[in-house]
Each structure stands twice: as structure tokens, then as C-alpha cells.
Design a protein around this ligand. Structure first.
Ligand SMILES: [Zn+2]
Length: 320
């Protein structure tokens, strides 16, 4: 039975990324009532990132209180290996966390109930419910940004595997290739992440660029270095996606993250590279994410509201 909705009720959603935090206070329909963006103080170490997370949640809670809103739950999503059941940030190369009971820590320091999730899995969940993957049952949502990670939805359900599912960025696409942050070599991330594309362009052309979007811009002007590097990245993505699609029977691939901002410039060569490697398999459509960089934060909000509903189910009848 649906619960009666109280318009003053809200959740706090926070996506803690490697470079920035995206926070919001969301109503039941996931509409943002307040939003807040702050840099992540990654260089200051893992404790500083926890402190900054606490400070951001407190600011949002205070702003919600000023608006006479009641915060029912907090949803926080983070990168790396996240065990949602144990509410622990098991491993994050970017943020330096190792087996951190993050939800407990945040609850103690904010006094609010906290649900922990994985940024990309949560983004995929949001795309499945509200975005580009609505109605699809076998989906791969791939975030191509600083790193590469995927959310797998299989037979309509998110695949978690203790937090270890979806590490698409660490499929080896060039054996013996460049060293990866994970300790291996030739991972997809070393070829096709936005960071890798920008670095490869600078190394090949001798021309410094700020990011992969500049490589995309040069590509449209016919720059031969940009073309070669972009093509290599698209082919590597095609190879990794063909592997994943073969294993999972994927029907829909949703590309998100910074590199997917290039739109068809990325999607078209990825589709071609993928098609070349598939024979009998299901042929997944490749589309661009619909929710942009807000997918993770909306996913955090979905987790938070789900926790509210689950808690309500266990409350004795008549309890307020
Ligand atoms: Zn790797």
C-alpha cells in the first residue's frame, strides 16, 4: 500500500566524486529542492574527504531545516568497491579509502540515517528508472570519465556481487600495454578514459590539452593525432563492450560520463567497433545517458527513498 506523502518530507542525496561532490535535497518525485556542489579535497587525504562529506551533509541538512523540510534519510554514493549490504567503502583508488564503515561514520557525525551506494551502479539505477534505460531488462550503463566503470542490470535486477561487479575499466584490451592505477597493464581505462585520451594526445602530438573535450574538438577539425587516438579509444571500448555483451546478453548499452558528452562523435565509432566483433550475439543498442552528471546524485536519492519505504514496512501499524 503506498504511504501517504507529506510534502515537507525530503531526502538528502550526495554523490562524492574524485573531483567534486554533487549534493541535493530531493522530494518524493526526485525533484531537487536544493542543490549544492563542492570540490572534493582528494589531495588532502581520505580523512579530509570524510570531513568534507560530513560538512556538506550538515550544510544541506541545515538548509533543509531552514525551509521547514523534514529529512527522512541520507543517500551517499561513492566510487570504487562499495559493499552496499555492509555499508562499507571497501576500496577506492581515487579517494584512498580502505574498508571504511562509511555509512556508520556519517550517521555518527550527522545524526541522520545514511544509505551507502556505488556511484556508477546508482547512476545506472537512475538511468533505468528515470532515464535512457527505462523499460530495458539487460542493460550496461558505462561511465567513461576520469576512470571507466559500469553498472550491470541483468534480467531487470542490478548485479552487485559484493561490490565487485561492473569493473569494465579493468578489462585488459592491450595486453602488456600501459600501466594502470589498479596495478595491471593495458586495461581499458589506460586507453579509453577521458584522462587517457587527453594524455595520449599530448604524448603523441606534443600539444598540451586540458581534457578529452579538446581532443574531440580537434577531431572535428580533422586533426590526425586526435583522429588516431579517438579511434583507438572507440575500438578499445568496442572490444570491452563486445566481451561484456557476449557474457551478459546485453540489449542496451548506455554511455555516460565526461567522454560521452561528445555524443555521436563517440557513439558512432563505438557502435561500429562493437558491431564488427559480434556475430550470433544479441545486438545491443548504444545510446547516450539521459541524466548527465546528475545520474549518481539521483541514484543516491532513489536509494534513500527506498530505505524510507523499507523502514516503514517494518514499523508497527499505527506508529508515527
Ligand atoms: Zn586496471
Amino acid at each position: 500500500m503506498p504511504e501517504p506523502h507529506d510534502a515537507s518530507e525530503c531526502v538528502i542525496a550526495l554523490d562524492v566524486g574524485g573531483t567534486g561532490m554533487k549534493g541535493a535535497v530531493l522530494d518524493r518525485e526526485l525533484r531537487p529542492l536544493l542543490t549544492l556542489r563542492r570540490p572534493t579535497p582528494r589531495e588532502a587525504g581520505p580523512d579530509a574527504v570524510v570531513d568534507a562529506t560530513v560538512a556538506t551533509l550538515r550544510t544541506l541538512a541545515r538548509q533543509a531545516a531552514d525551509r521547514k523540510l523534514t529529512v527522512r534519510q541520507v543517500g551517499v554514493v561513492v566510487p570504487g568497491i562499495v559493499d552496499e549490504d555492509l555499508a562499507r567503502a571497501v576500496y577506492s583508488a581515487n579517494l584512498g579509502w580502505r574498508d571504511l564503515p562509511l555509512a556508520d561514520l556519517l550517521e555518527q557525525r550527522t545524526g541522520l540515517p545514511v544509505t551507502l551506494g556505488h556511484d556508477v551502479r546508482s547512476g545506472g539505477y537512475a538511468e533505468a528508472l528515470l532515464g535512457a534505460a527505462r523499460g530495458a531488462r539487460d542493460v550496461l550503463f558505462v561511465a567513461v570519465g576520469t576512470g571507466i566503470s559500469a553498472a550491470v542490470i541483468s534480467d531487470g535486477r542490478p548485479l552487485r556481487a559484493g561490490g565487485y561487479a561492473g569493473e569494465l575499466g579493468h578489462l585488459v584490451v592491450e595486453p602488456g600495454g600501459s600501466p594502470c592505477g589498479c596495478g595491471s597493464r593495458g586495461c581499458l581505462e589506460t586507453v579509453a578514459s577521458a584522462t587517457a585520451v587527453a594524455a595520449a594526445f599530448t604524448a603523441r602530438s606534443g600539444q598540451a590539452v586540458e581534457g578529452a573535450d579538446q581532443v574531440a574538438a580537434l577531431l572535428t577539425k580533422g586533426d590526425p593525432y586526435a583522429h588516431a587516438i579517438w579511434q583507438r579509444a572507440a575500438e578499445a571500448l568496442g572490444t570491452a563492450l563486445a566481451t561484456a555483451a557476449t557474457l551478459l546478453g546485453t540489449e542496451l548499452i548506455v554511455l555516460g560520463g565526461g567522454l560521452a558528452e561528445a555524443g555521436e562523435l563517440l557513439l558512432a565509432p563505438v557502435r561500429t567497433a562493437l558491431a564488427e566483433q559480434l556475430t550470433f550475439q544479441r545486438r545491443p543498442s548504444v545510446v547516450r545517458a539521459a541524466l548527465g552528471d546528475e545520474a549518481g546524485c539521483l541514484g543516491a536519492g532513489l536509494h534513500a527513498w527506498r530505505a524510507v519505504s523499507e523502514a516503514a514496512r517494518f514499523e508497527p501499524a499505527g506508529a508515527s
